[in-house]
Each structure stands twice: as structure tokens, then as C-alpha cells.
Design a protein around this ligand. Structure first.
Ligand SMILES: Cc1cc2nc3c(=O)[nH]c(=O)nc-3n(C[C@H](O)[C@H](O)[C@H](O)COP(=O)(O)OP(=O)(O)OC[C@H]3O[C@@H](n4cnc5c(N)ncnc54)[C@H](O)[C@@H]3O)c2cc1C
Ligand SMILES: *[C@@H]1O[C@H](CO)[C@@H](O)[C@H](O)[C@H]1NC(C)=O
Ligand SMILES: *[C@@H]1O[C@H](CO)[C@@H](O)[C@H](O)[C@H]1NC(C)=O
Ligand SMILES: *[C@@H]1O[C@H](CO)[C@@H](O)[C@H](O)[C@H]1NC(C)=O
Ligand SMILES: *[C@@H]1O[C@H](CO)[C@@H](O)[C@H](O)[C@H]1NC(C)=O
Ligand SMILES: *[C@@H]1O[C@H](CO)[C@@H](O)[C@H](O)[C@H]1NC(C)=O
Length: 485
């Protein structure tokens, strides 16, 4: 460890607690929540997250149930000269929430939630998964805020990095709907951040919140009414039609209304001869109008004259928004590499390159190994903010391209890592910016520029003001010109 850092921590702990350190028995006795030591049967389960490629062993895992217990966990760490990492749903692609030898402050059990119909505000602690948020807000109050589209992704990490799902084309990012946050700072004071109080911190946490400003314990979101059911189509095409399909999808996206959202995906399953291609078309309006918006995907003109493209399958669900999230895919115990970037255009060359790259993806004998491209539409209301509205800067290009390999066993790790790296390089010149909710430590030369672009200098200033000793320090936390690295 860096000597200056050690010095900082010593100085910090001496001046914060000049008397004595909080002992483990004291922490265990005083906390409202759980302390999971290395010898606890729960330890393994609690230290692994979404990406099993990371096999980290923290000093201890603390699962507080309230804000005072988060402060206590932080006091335990600081007065024992330990660093912390913060975990909510554990879906970080680079497992930032769990670090070797640290105190993991795991807020995943902080699940209080309420809705106030008068102010139209949803208030939730950081630990709820989105399926739990929607189970409460949609099933009990017919309201929602944009969040995640998979059941196990959590409020904490998703919101602090942006956060998009099918509701976002109309209502914006999760983070754009935040009206207030409660935050535990490095000096253990608990503060509110909103448009009136700690305004800069509020700006920074919305998009830059993984960066080490503090531990967010409470989120308040603007709520929006939801309909009982929505039109959602899942459409598959023949691999031979790949170029025609993606070309049409992109053309369609240029004129579609904000009420339509698209998700395009193409993948190779283990040793399949050809990759597969599919599209989701979601209509955020009365479900009987969905067909008039998405129906053209049933038969459209190909790029060659007098050719028509029709799907292999076109299945429509008339489904509650809660059910779309509940049935979302939720991979378990898999290793992965993720590499994303916003495409600046989807022209003929890019379309061809994507096809070739998927055809070159590794072939392995395990059925569940996949190499995949996800194209998430992040247009509509997600782009209708200035690039400096909050720390989330990606307001220019709507297609977020996320390349993902997911595999079991270490045998093919190097093969997949190489393919992802090659893929990243191939699309670098057609890309601008990387969505910070798909962090990448394998390919990016300058992650700060990729995630935050021109907003980074302001983030550094805010970081220096709220965490002057750089206590919340991770591989990809916000630095400051005055911190040594
Ligand atoms: C299966 C899957 C589905 C996904 N679906 C979507 C989607 O639909 N839309 C979308 O936009 N993104 C999606 N993502 C990406 C997702 O937004 C990020 O992985 C997100 O950071 C996960 O948040 P988490 O709380 O689950 O993970 P964590 O790993 O717990 O947290 C992620 C990061 O946030 C920090 N953090 C977490 N909680 C706090 C807190 N309370 N205070 C301060 N820092 C905190 C952690 O330290 C870490 O750096 C998905 C990812 C996966 C793996
Ligand atoms: C949804 O809420 C109901 C009622 O509170 C509860 O019984 C159920 O377990 C919840 N389901 C999920 C997936 O959270
Ligand atoms: C969708 O389902 C709802 C509730 O079951 C029903 O009222 C509605 O008519 C259905 N709409 C379509 C287009 O099938
Ligand atoms: C697709 O549309 C074209 C032009 O309208 C039509 O000629 C063709 O028969 C349609 N194909 C199918 C399978 O419906
Ligand atoms: C894929 O692998 C399985 C299991 O090893 C094998 O049975 C199958 O024939 C393979 N398929 C192809 C297309 O190679
Ligand atoms: C804690 O840090 C904040 C932000 O730097 C500062 O405003 C506040 O005065 C500090 N509180 C204490 C008790 O030192």
C-alpha cells in the first residue's frame, strides 16, 4: 500500500477518534444488522457478486440495517486503520464493492421502502433490488420510477451510475429522477443532498456516485403512473439477415417516438455454428396500440432491391411492467468480461464489423458459455438533458453497445479476454464514451475520460471537498489533482 495513504489513514483515525478504536465485539453488540466474519458460513455467499471471475477475500462483511449502523461500520473500519468498499446488489462488472482485506459495507439488507401519493415520491433505502421496488410501487401503488430491467440489480449501484430500462425513453434515467439522497461522508457525518443542500454533491452522485463520495443510504425518486399491462414483442431473425435487420432497426430508431424502446441483441451460444439475433420492441402506452408501432418488424424492406425481411418468430406479451422485470434474465455464478461504449453511428461498415466480430467469437464446448453484443437504446428522454445537467455525461449518442462474454470455468478465460480486447479495439474509432455502469478494467486506457468526459474536472473538485483525505479509494474512484495515486 501507498505510504502516503497509510499516513493519511493514521492521521485520519487519530484525529477522528483520539480516544480508542471500536472493537469487533463492540461493533457486533451495537450494530443493527449483521457482522459476517471470514469463518462465518455466510461469508462465501456474501463476498461473491455477479462476476465470479473476482475471488476476493475481505477482512469482514458488515450488513447494516440502518444509517446509524452504516456510520458504526465506518467507525469500526477507520478506527482500526482499515479501508472500506461499498456493496449494494453486487452487480458491478469489476466487483468494485468487494475488495481484499477491507471492511465491506454491504447495504443489501437495507430494504425499507414507502410511497407518498401526496408528494408523489418513492423513498427507498439503498439495498432493494428493482424487482422488490416494483413489487411494492407497481403492485401496491401503480407507480414506478425508471430503474433496472433485471430482477437482482439493485437501487444503489444502478442509480448512482445512471440507470436505464424500458421506462427511460419517456421518463429519463433512474438518476435523473432522484430528488434527494442521504449520504454518509468519510468524516462519518450524515448529510442530505438535493437541489438546495449540498448541491454539488447531489450533482456528482447522479452519474458519478460510484466514484467514492460517500455511502448513499437513502434515495428519493419522482414517481410516474404505470399502466396495468404493456405491449412487449420478442422477435428473432435468421443470422443470414443480420445486416438487413440491424440496418433497419437503426433506421427505425431515428424516427420512432419516445414511447417506443428497442433492445437489440446478437450472441453465440457455446459451440453453435451461427450466432443468433433478436430484438425487443416495447411500447410505453396503451397495449392495443403496440402493434401499430412495432408491427413493421414483421416485414420490412431489405437493403437489396425488392427483398423483404420477415422474422423467424415474433411473440407478443401483454404484460405488467413488474412481470417484465421479474422474468428478466439473472445469470448466477458465471465469470465474465464486459466492454461497452456508445456508438457514434451504425453505418454499413459498423454493421458489417459487428457481424464479423460475432462470427469470430470463441467456440467452446460448454452450452452456457456465450459471447454477446447488447445494443441498448438510450435515447428519448435520456438524451433530453444537457451533458452537464448532472455527472452522467452521455447525452449525445443513443446506442449503448455492450459486449459481454459469460463463461463457466477458467479454461477459456484467456480466449474470451482476448476476444473482448480485440472487439474493444475494433470499435474504438466508432465510439465515444463508456457507460460507467458497465465498468471495464481490461481495455480502457483512461477510464475517467471514458465514463465522465468533460464532467471529470468538476467531479474532482467535489471529491476534494467531500472526501479531502481520499478515504474512499478504489481502482476507479474519482481522483483529485492533489491526491497521489
Ligand atoms: C444482470 C445485469 C443486469 C443489468 N441491467 C441493467 C439495466 O437494466 N439498466 C442499467 O442501467 N444497468 C444495468 N446493469 C448494470 C448495472 O447498472 C450496474 O452493474 C450497477 O452498478 C449495479 O448496481 P448494484 O448495486 O447491483 O451493484 P454493486 O456491485 O453493489 O455496486 C456497483 C457500484 O456502485 C457502488 N455502490 C453500490 N451501492 C452504493 C451505495 N449505496 N453508496 C455508494 N456506492 C455504492 C459500488 O461500490 C460499486 O462500485 C445490469 C448489470 C447486470 C450484471
Ligand atoms: C412481493 O410483495 C409481496 C407482498 O408484500 C410479498 O409477499 C412477496 O414476497 C414479494 N415478492 C418479491 C419477489 O419481492
Ligand atoms: C392486455 O391485457 C389486459 C389485462 O388482461 C386486457 O384488458 C387487454 O385487453 C389486453 N390487451 C391486448 C391488446 O391484448
Ligand atoms: C412483405 O411485404 C411485401 C410488400 O408489401 C409483400 O409483397 C410480401 O408478400 C410480404 N411478405 C410476407 C411474408 O408477408
Ligand atoms: C457442441 O458440443 C456438444 C457437447 O460437447 C456436442 O455434443 C455437439 O455436437 C457440439 N455441436 C457442434 C455444432 O459442434
Ligand atoms: C464533514 O465533512 C463535510 C464535507 O467536507 C464538512 O462540511 C463537515 O463540516 C464535516 N463535519 C465534521 C463534523 O467535521
Amino acid at each position: 500500500m501507498n505510504k502516503i495513504l497509510i499516513l493519511f489513514i493514521c492521521v485520519l483515525s487519530c484525529f477522528i477518534n483520539s480516544s480508542q478504536s471500536l472493537t469487533l465485539p463492540q461493533l457486533t453488540a451495537q450494530i443493527n444488522g449483521k457482522v459476517i466474519s471470514q469463518s462465518s458460513p455466510d461469508f462465501n455467499n456474501a463476498r461473491f457478486g455477479y462476476n465470479y471471475r473476482y475471488n476476493r477475500v475481505p477482512q469482514i462483511i458488515v450488513q447494516p440495517l440502518d444509517t446509524a449502523s452504516v456510520v458504526l461500520a465506518l467507525e469500526y473500519a477507520q478506527t482500526n486503520n482499515l479501508l472500506v468498499s461499498v456493496k449494494s446488489g453486487g452487480h458491478s462488472a469489476i466487483a468494485e464493492g468487494v475488495q481484499d482485506l477491507r471492511v465491506v459495507i454491504d447495504v443489501s439488507q437495507m430494504k425499507q421502502i414507502s410511497y407518498d401519493p401526496v408528494s408523489n415520491i418513492i423513498t427507498t433505502q439503498s439495498g432493494n433490488k428493482w424487482v422488490e421496488v416494483y413489487n411494492y410501487t407497481i403492485n401496491q401503488h401503480q407507480v414506478a420510477t425508471p430503474g433496472g430491467s433485471c430482477p437482482s440489480v439493485s437501487v444503489g449501484g444502478l442509480t448512482l451510475g445512471g440507470g436505464a430500462n424500458d421506462l427511460s425513453t419517456v421518463h429519463g434515467l433512474a438518476t435523473d429522477n432522484v430528488v434527494e439522497l442521504e449520504v454518509v461522508l468519510a468524516n462519518r457525518s450524515v448529510v442530505i443532498a438535493n437541489e438546495q443542500t449540498n448541491v454539488d454533491l447531489f450533482w456528482a452522485l447522479r452519474g458519478g456516485g460510484h466514484g467514492g463520495f460517500g455511502i448513499v443510504t437513502l434515495f428519493k425518486f419522482r414517481a410516474h403512473p404505470v399502466l396495468p399491462t404493456y405491449y412487449s414483442a420478442w422477435i428473432t431473425y435468421a443470422w443470414a439477415d443480420f445486416e438487413d435487420v440491424l440496418t433497419y432497426v437503426n433506421k427505425f430508431s431515428e424516427t420512432m417516438p419516445n414511447t417506443v424502446n428497442l433492445y437489440f441483441t446478437a450472441w453465440r451460444s457455446s459451440n453453435a455454428t451461427n450466432p443468433s439475433v433478436a430484438l425487443s420492441c416495447f411500447f410505453n402506452g396503451p397495449s392495443h396500440l403496440g402493434e401499430s408501432h412495432c408491427g413493421s418488424f414483421r416485414n420490412f424492406s431489405g437493403t437489396k432491391k425488392n427483398t423483404y425481411i420477415t422474422p423467424v418468430s415474433y411473440s407478443v406479451s401483454n404484460i405488467s411492467y413488474y412481470d417484465t422485470v421479474k422474468t428478466g434474465t439473472d445469470p448466477k455464478a458465471r465469470s465474465s468480461y464486459t466492454s461497452g461504449s456508445f456508438l457514434t453511428s451504425i453505418d454499413k461498415k459498423v454493421v458489417k464489423n459487428i457481424k464479423t466480430q460475432l462470427e469470430k467469437s470463441p467456440v467452446t464446448p460448454y452450452t452456457f458459455n456465450t459471447a454477446r453484443l447488447n445494443l441498448y437504446w438510450q435515447g428519448g428522454q435520456m438524451l433530453n438533458q444537457a451533458r452537464d445537467y448532472n455527472a452522467y455525461v452521455h447525452r449525445t449518442y443513443p446506442w449503448n453497445a455492450v459486449w459481454l462474454v459469460s463463461y463457466a470455468g477458467g479454461q477459456f478465460e484467456e480466449t474470451y479476454r482476448k476476444w473482448i480486447k480485440q472487439t474493444y479495439r475494433k470499435f474504438e474509432s466508432f465510439s465515444e464514451g463508456v457507460y460507467q455502469n458497465y465498468p471495464d478494467e481490461n481495455n480502457l486506457d483512461n477510464w475517467a475520460e471514458a465514463y465522465y468526459m468533460e464532467n471529470y474536472p468538476k467531479l474532482q473538485v467535489v471529491k476534494a471537498a467531500y472526501d479531502p483525505n481520499n478515504y474512499f479509494k478504489f481502482a476507479q474512484s474519482i481522483g483529485s489533482p492533489s491526491f497521489s495515486s
